[in-house]
Design a protein. Structure first.
Length: 419
């Protein structure tokens, strides 16, 4: 049996990272070609000889041998990584240097270098996330386009422009430079946060849940935690937040395949092992004097994760946490979530008042959860006609069939006059 697509995807990032370290970021396309060659070789050989006992090691060895062939054949025709200099020009040093760069510890370091390189300060956030998915996670252009509801051509242009920015930097990011590491770390955190969110409740037209994006964000965050400079309180808080949200993934879709409201989810399906892991990360985040947005969001998520029933939730504390989050990172989406918490704590009328007072509320015009929240609050007030209109507005903004199905059911409940 051939290995899963997951193996190829996971190994892509590892191989591209080390090959880019060897060839230099200006030869990034060459690094990708060598990885593609290794995969093609596997597809040619494995069906006849069988899958090797350690397929990941086989792929890495194939890529290494191909890299050595290219370095020997083309070392006078092109330049490679400047920091390796003449070490790649002499046969005496060429093989030992390449062998050393393909050791597990060196590969791990190069993946971290690549992660920080993807979060170049000249790249916008959406480009950073797309580059991470493409380079470190092995996602195709088509998959990235689907995840971000964009066209293949738009994503191709975004990635091509981003690669040019990387190539201009000449070297992969130096993770040993403490000041530069610290200054770029917030961008890395933000890219990982956005990647997880895109999987958890993104705009994919195919599904409201893209679990593979969530898992990939968690894998890359774990990689960051393995490195001492990256093991900061904010990184631990981000890991905790992802664990708490990922624990709820099994409950987001009911056994019949329908999207479940947060308040109606079967909490027995939540992953308690991930909740426990999140609590450990949260405890590790409680050091230092800096309170990040991830600390606050993780605290909110932990309250939800530990409540046995929706009615057991400590909504008063959640409201106060949203107050703190609004001061740290004001946004209409955060304000909307706070208004929902107020409604749970003080009643739907107060929630509607809070929504009406949101600054920059017009920025929520294309956000389906905005009219959906109003619909739910009006429904709780037994104002079924108003609720139905809000749910219809949310239906028009829904991004995938499961969201539309969920909202259609809410419209029908309004028409029946359910309580």
């Amino acid at each position: 049996m051939m290995p899963s697509e997951h193996l190829f995807r996971h190994e892509t990032g590892r191989m591209v990272a080390v090959l880019t370290r060897i060839f230099g970021v200006h030869n990034f396309e060459l690094a990708q070609d060598v990885v593609q060659d290794a995969f093609c070789r596997a597809l040619e050989v494995w069906p006849f000889r069988g899958v090797p006992e350690n397929p990941a090691a086989w792929l890495m060895s194939t890529a290494k041998n191909r890299a050595l062939d290219i370095l020997r054949r083309e070392r006078t025709a092109r330049t490679y990584a400047p920091e390796l200099g003449r070490l790649l020009e002499s046969e005496w040093t060429l093989t030992p240097v390449v062998e050393e760069l393909f050791t597990p510890s060196a590969i791990k370091d190069d993946q971290l270098r690549m992660m920080f390189s993807c979060c170049h300060t000249r790249l916008p956030e959406e480009a950073q996330v797309a580059l991470m998915l493409h380079i470190l996670s092995g996602f195709s252009v088509g998959e990235i386009a689907s995840a971000f509801v964009s066209t293949r051509s738009a994503i191709e242009k975004r990635i091509t422009r981003s690669k040019k920015v990387l190539a201009a930097s000449k070297n992969l990011f130096d993770v040993t430079a403490a000041d530069e590491f610290s200054s770029r770390l917030p961008s890395v955190h933000r890219a990982l946060y956005l990647l997880f969110n895109e999987g958890y409740h993104g705009a994919s037209p195919d599904s409201p849940v893209r679990e593979e994006l969530c898992r990939e964000a968690m894998r890359l965050t774990a990689m960051l935690l393995e490195d001492s400079p990256g093991r900061t309180p904010a990184t631990h808080a981000l890991a905790a937040l992802m664990c708490f949200h990922a624990a709820r993934l099994p409950g987001r879709v009911d056994p019949s395949g329908r999207l479940s409201s947060f308040f109606d989810q079967d909490r027995s399906r939540w992953d308690q092992a991930l909740v426990a892991e999140g609590l450990k990360f949260m405890e590790s985040s409680a050091t230092g004097s800096v309170l990040s947005e991830y600390h606050i969001e993780a605290a909110i998520a932990s309250i939800h994760a530990r409540a046995q029933r929706a009615e057991d939730t400590d909504w008063k504390t959640i409201v106060s946490l949203y107050d703190a989050l609004l001061k740290l990172r004001p946004s209409p989406v955060v304000a909307l979530n706070r208004a929902i918490a107020v409604a749970q704590n003080e009643g739907p009328e107060r929630g509607i008042e809070e929504i009406a007072s949101i600054t920059d509320r017009d920025r929520l015009a294309a956000y389906p959860f905005y009219p959906a929240a109003l619909g739910e609050l009006e429904f709780r007030r037994q104002r079924h006609e108003a609720a139905r209109e809000h749910f219809r507005a949310a239906f028009a903004l829904a991004r995938n069939p499961m969201e539309r199905q969920f909202l259609d059911l809410r419209v029908r409940a309004c028409e029946r006059g359910d309580t």
